[in-house]
Design a protein around this ligand. Structure first.
Ligand code: NI
Length: 402
């Protein structure tokens, strides 16, 4: 592929992976046109499973409900590395004006999981037909339901990390704010723990002109929302990160009626697991204090979501080395953690793992919108780079571990 050679330092691995480029684009666009939400990835999983079967791999369907796995064994025994892609789309209306835009109203691959799936299908083909490992085993893990439903956990409960026992795991996420041809990774905690909260503020409704005879749930909510930000700004060590976002607020029916009740929903993100443990109590203390002071009552639920992603140092080193071999020197960057959540974390709490970012940003191709945006798109030149990266990480792991 000429343009790949022109844009990045040519490497043998990338040139070889680029032979799959048209196929990678075709898969990615097909998935993009037919997005499926978490645990509904029936069509996607079937296409994945058939491809893996055609490659002659040992394929398992229905792992963690709609997940698929495949095993590739080298000639000699050795360690096992898992490579993981997520397959689910989001309930977002696609607003792009391209021929491969979503055909399904209200559903869209706005987080690039279509690309992840296509890249891992390509990686399986690449490693089976073009660069088969001498020793060790590779397990390809196509996971459902990353977007909030915990598909990783479902697969782990279904034994994805055993038979054969997986010793380490790697995964990637496309990232539009990193230009195509570059890789970023985080050392240590890579993504935040992602929890959700619901707060019901219960006051006493009444006539808008007689506030003294009511307890105004909207006014109380406003105080609660402001005060919650004090946890982040005044209450937590500034060197520890926490985000508390109230993303939805519902209450009231008319402009001249005092609302008896307001429901607030939000998300809490933390990097430090100890701080995370303290968040339910700290948040409730604020809600309790304010509602009590203002004569209201409350109900509070704190739902623990995904834990934080822990990147293993030795695995990060493999990614950096792979980046040098695939893209040439200086194409990676070690970056700060992100407050985004990612259920790859469940694997990294069981075995050493690394989750890195694949640059897909390109102004000329309109790949400038953030993840989860209705216009999100990516530079498909990144697809063979993703294949070469995952394949190289697998090779390096199998060569360097007993
Ligand atoms: Ni995602």
């Amino acid at each position: 592929m000429k343009n790949v050679q022109a844009l990045y330092q040519s490497s043998e691995i990338l040139e070889k992976a680029s032979e799959l480029k048209e196929q990678l684009i075709a898969w990615r666009r097909d998935f993009h046109q037919h997005p499926e939400l978490g645990f509904e990835e029936v069509r996607t999983a079937e296409i994945v499973a058939r491809h893996l079967e055609q490659l002659g791999l040992e394929v398992k369907r229905g792992v963690g409900r709609t997940g698929v796995t495949a095993v590739l064994r080298g000639k000699e025994p050795g360690p096992t590395i898992g490579l993981r892609a997520d397959m689910d789309a989001l309930p977002i209306q696609d607003q792009k004006q391209v021929e491969y835009r979503s055909h399904v109203s209200g559903k869209m691959h706005a987080c690039g999981h279509d690309a992840h799936t296509s890249i891992l299908m390509g990686t399986a083909q690449f490693l089976t037909q073009m660069r088969r490992p001498e020793r060790g085993t590779i397990k390809f893990i196509f996971q459902p339901a990353e977007e909030g439903l915990g598909g990783a956990q479902a697969m782990i409960e279904d034994g994805v990390l055993s038979d054969p026992q997986v010793d380490a795991i790697a995964g990637l996420h496309v990232f539009p704010f990193v230009p195509v041809g570059r890789i970023t990774a985080v050392r240590g905690i890579g993504c935040a723990a992602s929890d959700s909260i619901q707060i019901r503020i219960i006051g006493r409704g009444g006539h808008a002109a007689y506030p003294h005879m009511t307890v105004d749930a909207i006014a109380v909510s406003a105080e609660v929302i402001s005060a919650l930000q004090h946890i982040a700004s005044r209450n937590v060590d500034p060197l520890d990160s926490v985000v508390i976002t109230i993303g939805s607020i519902h209450g009231g029916t008319a402009r001249n009626v005092i609302a008896p009740e307001v429901v607030l929903e939000g998300t809490v993100r933390t990097l430090n697991p100890e701080l995370r443990e303290q968040m339910p109590e700290r948040i409730e203390r604020v809600i309790k204090g304010i509602t009590e002071a203002l004569g209201a009552t409350y109900e509070f639920t704190y739902h623990m979501g995904y834990p934080s992603v822990k990147n293993d140092d030795a695995m990060v080193d493999l990614v950096l080395k792979a980046s040098e071999q695939v893209l040439g020197a200086g194409k990676y960057e070690i970056v700060k953690p992100s407050m985004g959540g990612e259920d790859f974390s469940y694997y990294t709490h069981k075995i050493p793992g690394v989750f890195f970012r694949l640059g897909v940003g390109n102004k000329e191709k309109n790949a400038v919108y953030p993840l989860h945006h209705p216009q999100f798109d990516l530079d498909e030149d990144a697809l063979p780079i993703g294949v070469a990266m995952l394949a190289e990480v697998a090779h390096l792991f199998l060569q360097n571990n007993p």
